[in-house]
Design a protein around this ligand. Sequence first.
Ligand code: 16G
Ligand code: ZN
Length: 536
Amino acid sequence: PAQKQAIAEAALKYVKPEGKVFQYGTAGFRMKADLLNTVVFAVGLLAGLRSKKLSGQWIGVMVTASHNPAEDNGVKLIDPMGEMLEAEWETYATKLANAPLEKIADVYDELIKEIDVKMENPARVAFARDTRASGSRLVGVLNAALTATEVEFADLKFMTTPQLHYVVRCKNTLGTQYEYGEPTEQGYYEKLAEAFKRVMKGVKVKGALTVDCANGVGGPKLRELIKYLPSAEESGLDIKVVNDDVINPDSLNFECGADYVKTKQRAPPSSKAGALDRCASLDGDADRLVYYYVDESSVFRLLDGDRIATLAASFIGDLARNAGIAQKLKIGVVQTAYANGSSTDYIEKVLKLPVICTNTGVKHLHHAALRFDVGVYFEANGHGTVTFSENALKVIKSTEPQSPAQQRSLESLQALVDLINQAVGDALSDMLLVEAILAHKGWSTKEWLATYTDLPSRLVRVEVNDRSIFKAYDAERKLESPAGLQIKIESLQSRYNKGRSFARASGTEDAVRVYAEAASRSEADDLATRVANAVR
Ligand code: 16G
Ligand code: ZN
């Protein structure tokens, strides 16, 4: 009762935006920052319950809106192993966020009964935020909710989203056989840098890498990471940090960053990179990474998540073979419908690895990746990572090398396990992975791009009256409703050489997205236009 009172009193400080319905979506809650106070308050309450339900394990709360414009913000929960919040709890979050403020303490009580939370359990929550100006206010709200419910908390200040995922996983595995690392930002840098050094044994990176940090939290964090990495003379890794202005709040994600580069298919206008210079872009919270360069004929060349997935899968596949453990490891790749058809072909036919296609959204890919011993998953937009099963870790650790070459491969695999952030896609970790693989293969971005040729593709955003009628199945590659639309799409795509198209309701915007690819640019554009018209 005292706690109920405390919640009710704390809640009264905020005003719930009228007529707004909140939904915990693929990226948590995300909207204009002004509207978020009561949502963050609700998330704070729920984080405490989630921790109690899991016997006091640490739960993470990240305040970020990733690649969205500076005036937006968002909040999402992180489960104990650094994974996305369990799906069932998304509905609890939605319920609590939509409760009228004067009833929020009652809804909280109802949830305790519904979820069967043992309130005598301890509760622990770790939170962090990106560099948005609204972040400090929202963290204040979070603090109020955690204080009202007497939750133990750790305010980790500014962090990239993957850093918080890492710390949460570390905190919950500390002292167990699954210990993941030191649960601090410094521990994160030390772990990555140490693993990078081991992976780089005997090889050197060629040529500088320019990293566009989207003017977000990734900028200062990358500068920090660099302090721990071997010097450019030692490893060849020479990182030039650009777009790392976190002082001017409006510059965040503005004409730069991974989302800009991927959707506009061009380098940030501010880029001073010359022909063939290797470039990379992070997004606003540093969980996405894309590479690119401009070739000798000034053509922009993008190396997106599909490319990173194929690069990683090919490297890990080679290492497993060279280490003599390929038969013992089930290696696979997880993609979404947005993966370029050529990448899927390359993985299946050249790398001879199985591919699973899942719904859009990291949690779906991550979940599917766990079905493999080594699961490589990436969305085309640059979010992804590699997961290693317990069996994989055991095989990698316990195999007795029969030759120096086998030993080197086993050591490299061991180092990759530590270099890769297995909790979640992590742009900084992925960047070190790509640099290390290119160094091992002796490849420039040009050779990387030459592994296969992307089919020209087009993405169209279609405004519709009601996107909820667009119901997809088969990993969002087909529509079961509205009736008849799927047949139309199939008949359209069959008219184009290598034509493939699908439409799905966006999970983050009020729109339907149409994707089309075909053998030529004009065919892909044409197919996309026709399918978009069929959707309208
Ligand atoms: C969210 C997802 C991202 C996905 C995107 C699709 C997470 C952490 N983020 O940002 O993975 O690609 O939504 O957006 O899962 P859409 O549904 O609007 O196309
Ligand atoms: Zn992001």
